[in-house]
Design a protein around this ligand. Structure first.
Ligand SMILES: Cc1ncc(COP(=O)(O)O)c(C=O)c1O
Length: 453
């Protein structure tokens, strides 16, 4: 048997999964029956199934057979509290304490004032120039260079920015390069649009430029998506030198960069965006979801000048435009400086909570790897491979502590031993601390039940 034969069969099964002939969750034929129908041996089929398992498309269970893996759903990553006493460490959003009343005051002021008729009308383009200017100020404050406000396109949050750009700049079957562990929302878009995620390895400085170069050479992706600041989930922030190296790779290939810099406001100092280095080949994405409120659904794309009309037309076709009312609020918050004060306040809360988490979780067990940054919204815990990750996540849930399993962040469904713990979703400091304490004791308890391998 040649290696090519089982790879060929794996590809055949992969395309049957893609076209829905073998739907998600369905049982695959036994080795013997598939071997007979493909005129090959059961050993070759077994090897093909192993390869598909490695690729994350199939899962096999001793005695039960092989199944098409189910796509992880976002509701499993970002979980909703089922009961009031649940402690939610699964959502990356601002901590709503004082900020909630500030937002309520701003909103009530806006809605009791005279509003221009334009706010009630259809708009040309993706929004008014005043709203775009506000977006420009927001992005420029945190590291982006913008030549003209017209290059700022308004959308319904960063998720809408990502889905629009992926639809505009790739087609079905294309590869899209991503950090090996990344934001599950972008993985979900890629899979649901029939594109293929391709993982690029990372180190302590983020996506590795040499690895990206190899992926571009080998897979010819249409797009590269990078989260350069406080990366979700690893918390890594790319230093300038790595940003430069990534930009150099982008420059060499016919590929677009999507720089999702939604956490830039948490950086210790203003770090120049990668987009500044390759402005004609990169789209920069930001949003107010993390610093102000995800409920606003205010996102910004800075497009290369040459692409402004193409993306604007696409957004117009799909949704006409994002809500002018929400951008009116955004503009007032930004122009008055309140948005920046809120962002700074959230950063202070994140720093305080990181300190607490480090003290409580940092030294839980010597073999648990604790990844964090002073002002990130979350931490990334990697457990020893002998641990049952799903067991820990499930047991925590049963105790009313919600955390996100690392498996949802794997760009190519690799097995994970990590959990993401968001430090900001719980508004009350005391509840936050008692939740962390509960988590620590659950981790300790789980560790004592692990049988060493
Ligand atoms: C890296 C990243 N990009 C985009 C989003 C989505 O942001 P928005 O609420 O603006 O759509 C998130 C939310 O968690 C995220 O972590």
């Amino acid at each position: 048997m040649t290696a090519a034969k089982y790879v060929e069969i794996a590809r055949k099964i992969e395309s049957r999964i893609e076209v829905g002939q073998y739907p998600e969750g369905s049982k695959l034929p036994t080795h013997r029956s598939l071997a007979d129908s493909l005129s090959t041996t059961a050993v070759t089929v077994a090897k093909a199934y192993n390869l598909l398992t490695e690729m994350g498309l199939v899962e096999s269970f001793v005695g039960r057979g092989s199944y098409v893996k189910k796509l992880p759903q976002l509701k499993h990553v970002i979980q909703s509290e089922r009961e009031e006493k649940d402690k939610n460490f699964s959502i990356l959003q601002p901590c709503f304490g004082d900020q909630l009343s500030q937002l309520q005051t701003t909103f009530s002021q806006i809605f009791t004032q005279q509003m221009s008729a334009q706010l009630f009308s259809y708009r040309e383009d993706t929004g008014s120039i005043a709203h775009k200017e506000a977006g420009r100020l927001w992005c420029e404050t945190y590291g982006l260079e913008v030549s003209r406000a017209e290059q700022i396109l308004l959308c319904n949050g960063a998720q809408h920015a990502l889905s629009s750009l992926i639809e505009c700049y790739s087609k079905e079957g294309d590869y899209i390069a991503l950090e090996a562990q990344t934001y599950p929302g972008v993985i979900a878009i890629i899979k649901s649009l029939g594109r293929k995620p391709i993982a690029v390895s990372m180190d302590e400085y983020g996506m590795q430029a040499e690895a990206l170069d190899k992926v571009c050479e080998q897979f010819k992706p249409s797009l590269v998506v990078v989260v350069p600041s406080h990366q979700n989930p690893t918390t890594v922030t790319m230093p300038k030198a790595r940003r430069q190296a990534i930009a150099e790779v982008i420059q060499q290939y016919p590929v677009w960069l999507l720089e999702d810099d939604i956490y830039a406001f948490l950086n210790q100092e203003r770090v120049p965006a990668i987009t500044n280095l390759v402005p004609e080949k990169s789209f920069y994405i930001s949003s107010l979801s993390k610093a102000i409120s995800p409920g606003l659904r205010c996102g910004f794309i800075k497009a290369p000048q040459s692409q402004v009309s193409h993306v604007s037309e696409y957004i117009r076709t799909m949704v006409w435009h994002a809500s002018a009312f929400m951008f009116e609020c955004a503009q007032r918050l930004i122009d008055s400086g309140m948005a920046f004060e809120m962002a700074a306040e959230q950063k202070i809360i994140a720093e305080r909570r990181q300190e607490i988490a480090k003290q409580m979780l940092g030294q839980v067990l010597p073999d648990v790897i604790f990844q964090c940054q002073a002002s990130s919204y979350h931490i990334w815990l990697t457990l020893p491979p002998s641990w049952q990750l799903d067991g820990l996540v499930q047991i925590a849930k049963e105790h009313g502590v919600l955390v996100s399993s690392g498996q949802f962040f794997e760009a190519q469904n690799q097995p994970s031993h990590s959990v993401r713990i968001s430090l900001m979703a719980i508004a009350d400091d005391a509840v936050f601390q008692s939740g962390l304490m509960q988590l620590v004791s659950l981790i300790k308890r789980e560790s004592s039940s692990v049988i060493p391998v």
